[in-house]
Each structure stands twice: as structure tokens, then as C-alpha cells.
Design a protein around this ligand. Structure first.
Ligand SMILES: Nc1ncnc2c1ncn2[C@@H]1O[C@H](COP(=O)(O)OP(=O)(O)OP(=O)(O)O)[C@@H](O)[C@H]1O
Ligand SMILES: [Mg+2]
Length: 227
């Protein structure tokens, strides 16, 4: 029988700052199926990054429930371990380590994970090659273009075989040609591997490719559109 349980289940989620004066999330209900590509759009300050950060266990909600498969976030013993095992992150500003090569920026994400160093190196090389960076493995981030840096960040997000990729305006720092290429590669790999993708974007050409578009306003889901 097919598993109908959503991959991600969110109920009544709130995230408050400044002793409740700022309600970054103000009652979000959302279910995401495995393999779905969900785009999150909405005005600045509407809570898009906050939602992604809570889904990614980078922020702890003030109230509400969130679970990944049968795992309730409230019962996580080690959220960083959970995050490394199940979730890949891609940020607008790449967040690469400037003193490490492209290859090492990818391998560094495997620290503390199972598997031999040689396997991690081989997989990092394979991913970077798939992302068109075969001849950039030894380059430092400062010697890479924005599009190349983001492709390194995508390889880093994928190295631990996450089921879910969270991307916060991944093309926001790129010119349109690089943005299109990065997006093609990210969505291509995600689809090929059957991964779930949740992407915050201001770019209508990006959200147009999603299975579902979530519109946020004032910390809530205002409405959603299914493709
Ligand atoms: N660490 C924090 N401390 C206090 N307030 C915060 C914090 N993080 C976010 N906020 C506030 O929460 C609200 C939602 O912020 P969030 O970053 O989620 O918006 P966003 O939709 O991602 O906006 P943008 O499109 O500009 O990235 C904003 O009012 C923001 O100022
Ligand atoms: Mg944001």
C-alpha cells in the first residue's frame, strides 16, 4: 500500500520574537508530500525565512506542532544530527567557507556522518561534476563566480543524501543567466532523486515551476495555488 502520510506536517505553528511583540509566524498549517516542489512567496517580512528555518530546525517554534514522517520535532534529542541526516540547505548568500576549496566545502558537511572519507570525497566529486564543476574542485570560493558558488552550495546540501532540500532565495544573488542555470540544476537533481524541495523565492519564473505555491502574509499562509 502506498504511504499517504505526508513527509512534513505542520500545525498551528508560531514563532515569536521580542517577547511576543514580533509574530514572525502566526499560526501556520501545512502538509508537504514526499517528492513535492513547494514554492513559498510573499512580501518581505511575511515569515518565509522564519518558516523555512523552523522546518530546518534552525529555529525552535514558540508553539504548534511540526513533524517529519513520524518524528515530532518536539521529541528530537539532537536537532543538528537530525538536520544533517535529513535536510539540505541552500541560502541566498551561499555561506561557503572562504578558506576551503570547492571540494572541501562539500566534504566538510559530512563531518560526524557515517562513511569513509574516501567515499565522501568520491561522492562530493561526483556531485560537483554533475553540477558542471569538474574543473573547479580545487578553486576557493573567492575565485568562483556567484553561480559556481551556489552550485558548490547545492552539492554541499546534497552530500548527505537528504530527503528534503530547503532553499531560501537561492537565485536571489545571481544574474538571470546564472539564476536560470542554478535553478535548472537544482530542480533537475531534486527531481531525478525524488527529493522534496521547499523554496522561498521572489522570482515568478521560479515559482511557476513548482507543484504548489504557498502565499504568505503577516506570518500566515494567505492562500495556496496548486499547479
Ligand atoms: N531573529 C529575529 N529577531 C527578531 N525579529 C525577527 C528575527 N527574525 C525575523 N524577525 C522578524 O520576523 C518577521 C518575519 O521575518 P522573515 O525573515 O521570516 O521574513 P521574510 O518573509 O523571509 O522576508 P524577506 O523577504 O525580506 O526575506 C519580520 O518582521 C522580521 O523582522
Ligand atoms: Mg527571508
Amino acid at each position: 500500500m502506498m504511504d499517504q502520510t505526508p513527509l512534513l506536517r505542520i500545525k498551528g505553528l508560531t514563532l515569536h520574537f521580542d517577547e511576543g511583540r514580533t509574530k514572525a509566524l502566526n499560526g501556520v498549517d501545512l502538509e508537504v508530500r514526499a517528492g513535492e516542489f513547494v514554492a513559498i512567496v510573499g512580501p518581505s517580512g511575511s515569515g518565509k525565512s522564519s518558516l523555512l528555518n523552523v522546518i530546518g530546525t534552525l529555529d525552535q517554534p514558540s508553539s504548534g506542532e511540526i513533524s517529519f514522517r513520524a518524528q515530532s520535532y518536539a521529541e528530537l534529542k539532537d536537532s543538528s544530527l537530525f538536520r544533517r541526516a535529513h535536510i539540505g540547505f541552500v541560502f541566498q548568500s551561499f555561506h561557503l567557507i572562504p578558506t576551503l576549496s570547492a571540494l572541501d566545502n562539500v566534504i566538510v558537511a559530512t563531518i560526524g556522518c557515517d562513511g569513509a572519507t574516501g567515499e565522501h570525497r568520491a561522492r562530493a566529486t561526483e556531485l560537483l561534476t554533475q553540477l558542471g564543476l569538474r574543473d573547479r574542485l580545487g578553486h576557493f570560493p573567492g575565485k568562483l563566480s556567484g553561480g559556481e558558488r551556489q552550485r558548490v552550495a547545492i552539492a554541499r546540501a546534497l552530500i548527505n543524501r537528504p530527503e528534503m532540500v530547503l532553499a531560501d532565495e537561492p537565485t536571489g544573488s545571481l544574474d538571470s543567466a546564472n539564476a536560470a542555470q542554478v535553478l535548472d540544476m537544482l530542480t533537475g537533481i531534486v527531481k531525478q532523486q525524488g527529493l522534496t524541495l521547499i523554496m522561498v523565492t521572489h522570482d515568478a519564473s521560479v515559482s511557476a515551476r513548482a507543484d504548489r505555491i504557498i502565499h504568505m502574509r503577516d506570518g500566515r499562509i494567505e492562500h495556496e495555488v496548486t499547479a
